[in-house]
Design a protein around this ligand. Sequence first.
Ligand SMILES: NC(=O)c1ccc[n+]([C@@H]2O[C@H](COP(=O)([O-])OP(=O)(O)OC[C@H]3O[C@@H](n4cnc5c(N)ncnc54)[C@H](O)[C@@H]3O)[C@@H](O)[C@H]2O)c1
Length: 324
Amino acid sequence: MSHTILVTGAAGYIGSIATEVLLQEGYNVIALDDLSTGYKEALFNSVPFYNASIGDISRLKDVFSQNKIDVVLHFAGAALVSESMTNPFKYFNTNFCQGQNLLDVMLLCNVNKIVFSSTCAIYGMPKPEKIPIKETTLTKPINPYGESKLLFEKALEWYKKSANLDFIALRYFNVAGASKTRGERHNPETHLIPLVIKAAKNKNFKLSIYGTDYPTKDGTTIRDYIHVIDLVYAHISAIEALINKKNHQDAYNIGYGHGYSVLEIVNSVQEIFQTTISLHIADRRPGDPSTLIADPRKIKEDLNWKPKYNDIKEIISSAAKFIE
Ligand SMILES: NC(=O)c1ccc[n+]([C@@H]2O[C@H](COP(=O)([O-])OP(=O)(O)OC[C@H]3O[C@@H](n4cnc5c(N)ncnc54)[C@H](O)[C@@H]3O)[C@@H](O)[C@H]2O)c1
C-alpha cells in the first residue's frame, strides 16, 4: 500500500523537487504552500494543493481531516539569513510559532510522524577542530534564522517525550542543483551556485566575493554542497525509518563530508561555461563562518542513505538551465 505524504512548502525549491521524486517513487502526495516565496508553476497538477499557511489552524484541520496522511515533510519556512537579522519576528513566527500549529493539528488528527528541514546554521561558527561537523557538535546559532530552526528542533524533542511524536530533523548543509524539471528560484537569490551561474550567463552581473583572507587554501569560505536529489532521497530514507519504526537519532547532518571554496566554485563554473566571470572582492560578511562541512556518517549508518550525485560539475550543470 502506498503511503501518503504531506509536503509543506511544496511550491518551493526543495519541496517541489521532493514532490517530483516522491511521485516517481510511488508515494501519494498532498501539497501545502502559502506561495509567499514559492511558485504555482512548481506544483504538480496531479497533486491536491492547499493554498494555505501553516499559521492557519482551521485550514490545517481541513488538510488533516480530508486526507489520511502518514508522514509530514515540513519544508515550509522563511529561509534568508540576512532577512532574519533585520526581521527576526518573521523568523520566530514562521519557523517556530507556525510550526507549532502544524505539530498541534497533526497530533489532534492522530498523525505523529514528521521530517523537519533544519540547517547547519544551528551550529553558528564551529571551531576549526570541529570540522567536519558531527550532530553532537555544540549548537550555537548566530542569527535568528538558525535560532528559530534550533528552537523548533527543541520543540520536536519535547513533543516526542510527552506526546508520542516521532520525528527526524535533517540539518542541511548547502543544497544545490536541480531535477530535470524543477530548479532553484529564490528572490532575492543569496546562494552561491545560482549567483555564480548568473554571473557566467550575464556579463553585466559582477559576482561579489565576501572575504579573501579566511584561513582556507585560497582565502575564501568553504561549504559542503549537496545535490538536491541526494537530499530528497535522505528524506525518503527518513520517511521509511519513521514508518518502519527503525531506530534513529533525532537529527542528522546532510552533506557529502567535503567542501569547495568560493573560488573553486567560480573556477568550475568558468570551466563549464568556458567563460571568465567578473569578480568584485568585498569585505567579509559578519557572521560568515570560514568552513562548514558535514560529517554525514550517522545518516549513512543508521538510515542507509547512499548519495549518488556527489560531483560538483554535475550539480552546477543541473542547476544551470534554471538560472537566467
Ligand atoms: N536551500 C537550502 O540550501 C537550505 C539549507 C538549509 C535548510 N533549508 C530549509 O529547507 C526548507 C526549504 O528551503 P527552500 O530553499 O526550498 O526554500 P523556498 O523558499 O524555495 O521554499 C519554502 C516554501 O515554503 C513556503 N512557505 C513559507 N512560509 C510558509 C507558511 N507559513 N505556510 C505555508 N508555506 C510557507 C514558501 O512559499 C515556499 O514555497 C526551508 O525550511 C529552509 O529553511 C534550505
